[in-house]
Design a protein around this ligand. Structure first.
Ligand code: GLC
Length: 754
């Protein structure tokens, strides 16, 4: 080695030594970094960083996976070693993350730790029902529990950050990603958003079992035209602010640390370069101070959108819109420095982006101990803990919606013989749904068949697949008919392949795929009086108009997750009395879409007693009403609601109005009921929905028991946006307490302003 090389080696060793003791003394004072401490430390580290290293923090690339675990392509490894990579996605396991973290910490000039992000959407290894199912529970404690357990497992497996919750309002079941959200309603999705954030981030991000949450996709993604993924989004500012933005504001109110951009354009400007939503609203109006990551290659896509001339221009547009981190496009790595030199991008934007990302890493304690999330023993002890699998069973029960149940077809008893028919009856691959993170599709999940065997002797169960999920193969029909003839009841488990919903999985036809409906018809024709119970495993509202006319009971289980078979069996055999309610409307047919409960009245509303009246806002070939409305869900028992009582019929803006109803369990089973509060602002400066959910309470009533449920309504509940301002207006409001959105108002109150 010549003198120059020796000198370089000594210099590098000195820098590393200086930096290490710099970081150590910074973190020596306490491992629980206070906000002030963190800012001071970040300033110190940034004072050592080159521009390249700051740009490096804004860059995120994906890891890849082979049978031995995560691996990194040579290019990304090069960027990592150069300090040109601040975060990675799709890398997990303690071992895999530790190996990469060691390179970042021990082989780069300043040793800044990597951030590992992953799509932990409805579980990490223990997979819960898909999010549309979890929303069906209307149980905010359960939502938080799902996120908490997901964070326990993910953080034990090297993951620092989840790209969740997905809180896009969606009203179009053609859109495959409706499965990932919490349905059509602003209030329900906003409350659920808060619970997810609390569950993922816990009390303090310095605790080792917490992970950063990410509010996505900002904004309007669920309103893609024609339900076609990534399609154009156009809407007025009032609709944007009254419907699609509130869940994101709710996530901020719960302290969410990161946001993700939406792929779609919004009113002609792609979200990933949209200064109105990311600077004017997110930063300046809402004061969000976490960091914003793009969706996957979204910066490059500004060129396809026809909004950027090339990828360099795209990088300029994105960073100037306040987008801090570039997921996968490479545009920031390739062009930011050049853009600064050309004066098109101000270096302060890089500093701000880098700073926010370093603050998040400090909050997670990664500078105190970069390997704290990569502990193989903890991983071993945490994954699939019994209580996690039990929680998944409980939540699978609480997420399944009983849509129909005539003549008490359900629950089953354990004396009956069952013909278990359908391509999803023994399924262990689809049952965990899409976006199932590190979940196992090769056998870990409990199938519906396995769940039923917990209650029924196998000799009482006859099985026939009957047909595929999606083929024209009739060859299994006869076997299905034959076993059905011998059985007391027919249990069919039908639905969609998990790849038929989720990302890039929009459908124009929302019926059961393949010959599944044909199979039901054949069984009904052959056995007109035998009870058929339909169990649905699917990721979106389906057009069930035909099925509803053929079967005696329908249980919507969505994709119920790792313990799904047990959770569903607990309902089928009455151990758990179903309590879930739809967070999303089920149409009669796709022609009604978009269809949702909180519509506007129009100038020519139909009247219920004459729904086909001419020259009204209706169809000549279908009712306006859905097959199953938002908030619908049956129980094995029945609940009666007394007339609503108000503390006053007149209320001032500064006063609280109390509304109450006595709910009685009038049936034969103890059970839960989701009591819902709706209002209707009858006249306002912009038209208001005919109904709006404003609160709900999930109560438990023993059979025969009554409880008074009281809601408090304050002025905040009655506000809405007009032209960017949140307003409240005096006037008459209708109000109701109900167990579904399908009701008629019969009570009003009058609001006067202070
Ligand atoms: C995907 C999704 C986004 C996800 C990201 C990383 O394209 O749109 O929701 O978090 O890429 O996997």
């Amino acid at each position: 080695m010549n003198d120059y090389q020796t000198m370089k080696k000594i210099q590098k060793a000195l820098i590393v030594l200086l930096t290490l003791c710099h970081c150590l003394c910074l973190s020596a004072n306490n491992s629980y970094n206070s906000e002030k401490d963190i800012y001071r430390k970040v300033d110190s580290i940034m004072s050592l960083m080159t521009l390249d290293e700051k740009i490096g923090q804004t860059i995120m690339y994906s890891g890849d996976w082979n049978k031995t675990g995560p691996y990194v392509t040579s290019d990304n490894m090069k960027f990592l070693k150069e300090g040109n990579l601040g975060s990675m996605l799709n890398v997990y396991t303690s071992k895999g993350t530790k190996e990469l973290q060691k390179i970042a910490v021990e082989e780069t000039r300043l040793g800044i730790p990597l951030l590992f992000g992953y799509d932990v959407i409805h579980g990490f290894k223990t997979i819960f029902p898909i999010n549309l199912g979890i929303a069906s529970s209307w149980d905010l404690k359960d939502v938080e529990e799902v996120a908490r357990i997901s964070a326990e497992e993910a953080s034990a497996s090297g993951v620092h950050w989840t790209f969740a919750p997905m809180i896009d309002i969606a009203r179009d079941p053609r859109w495959g990603r409706i499965s990932e959200g919490s349905g059509e309603d602003v209030y329900l999705t906003s409350e659920i958003a808060k619970s997810y954030v609390k569950g993922f981030q816990g009390e303090n991000l310095s605790h080792i079992n917490t992970i950063l949450a990410c509010a996505k996709h900002f904004v309007g993604y669920g309103a893609a035209q024609a339900g076609r993924d990534y399609h154009t989004v156009n809407m007025g500012d009032n609709e944007l602010r009254n419907v699609y933005m509130p869940p994101f504001k709710a996530a901020i109110d719960s302290g969410v640390e990161t946001f993700m951009t939406a792929f779609n354009e919004l009113n002609g400007v792609p979200a990933t370069a949209n200064q109105y939503i990311f600077k004017d609203i997110l930063r300046n109006e809402w004061g969000f101070n976490g960091f914003v990551v793009t969706d996957y290659t979204a910066i490059n896509e500004l060129v396809n959108h026809g909004y950027a001339e090339n990828e360099k221009h795209a990088a300029e547009l994105a960073i100037n819109s306040g987008i801090d981190m570039d997921m996968m496009s490479g545009a920031y790595r390739r062009f930011l420095k050049e853009l600064i030199v050309e004066g098109k991008v101000d270096e302060t934007l890089i500093n701000e982006a880098c700073r926010k990302i370093l603050i998040a890493k400090f909050k997670l304690g990664l500078f105190d101990d970069p390997y704290r999330y990569s502990n193989e023993q903890r991983e071993e002890e945490t994954i699939y803990r019994t209580e996690f699998l039990e929680s998944a069973r409980k939540i699978a029960s609480k997420s399944s919606v009983l849509l129909k149940n005539i003549n008490k077809a359900l629950p089953l008893n354990n004396k009956q013989t069952i013909a278990l028919i359908g391509p999803l009856a023994k399924d262990k691959r689809n049952i965990i749904g899409s976006w199932a993170a590190a979940g196992d599709r090769n056998g870990k999940a409990i199938s519906i068949f396995q769940g039923i065997k917990e209650y029924l002797d196998e000799s009482n169960i006859m099985f026939a697949k009957g047909c595929d999920i999606n083929s024209n193969n009739y060859s299994g029909f006869n076997e299905a008919v034959n076993i059905a003839k011998k059985a007391d009841k027919i249990l069919m488990v039908l639905g969609e392949d998990y790849n038929m919903s989720g990302e890039a999985a929009s459908r124009t036809n929302i019926k059961l795929p393949g010959l599944q409906t044909e199979l039901i018809k054949t069984l009904r024709d052959e056995l007109p009086n035998k009870e058929i119970i339909l169990i649905l495993m699917n990721g979106r509202p389906l057009d069930l108009t035909i099925e509803d006319s053929l079967v005696d009971a329908i249980l919507e289980i969505w994709y119920p997750g790792t313990s799904g078979g047990l959770g569903v069996a607990d309902i089928l055999f009455g151990k758990y009395n179903p309590s879930a309610k739809l967070p999303i409307t089920f149409p009669r047919n796709v022609g009604q879409v978009p269809i949702y409960y909180n519509v506007k009245n129009t100038g020519r509303p139909i009247s219920n007693d004459n729904p086909t009246e001419d020259y009204k806002s209706n169809y000549i070939d279908s009712p306006n009403t859905p097959l199953y409305p938002f908030g619908h869900g049956l129980s094995y028992t029945t609940f009666e609601y007394s007339e609503i009582k108000l503390s006053n019929n007149k209320v001032r803006e500064s006063e609280i109005l109390k509304a109450s109803s006595i709910i009685t369990n009038t049936g034969e089973y103890d059970g839960h009921e989701v009591v819902q509060l709706y209002i209707h602002d009858k006249v306002a400066s912009i038209t208001r929905p005919v109904k709006e959910l404003k609160d709900f309470k999930k109560i438990f009533l023993r059979k025969g028991e009554s409880k008074t449920v009281t809601f408090e309504i304050n002025s905040d509940d009655l506000k809405f946006y007009i032209n960017g301002k949140r307003m409240i207006e005096s006037g008459e409001f209708e109000i109701a307490i109900s167990g579904t959105s399908d009701f008629e108002f019969n009570k009003t109150f009058n609001l006067t302003l202070d």
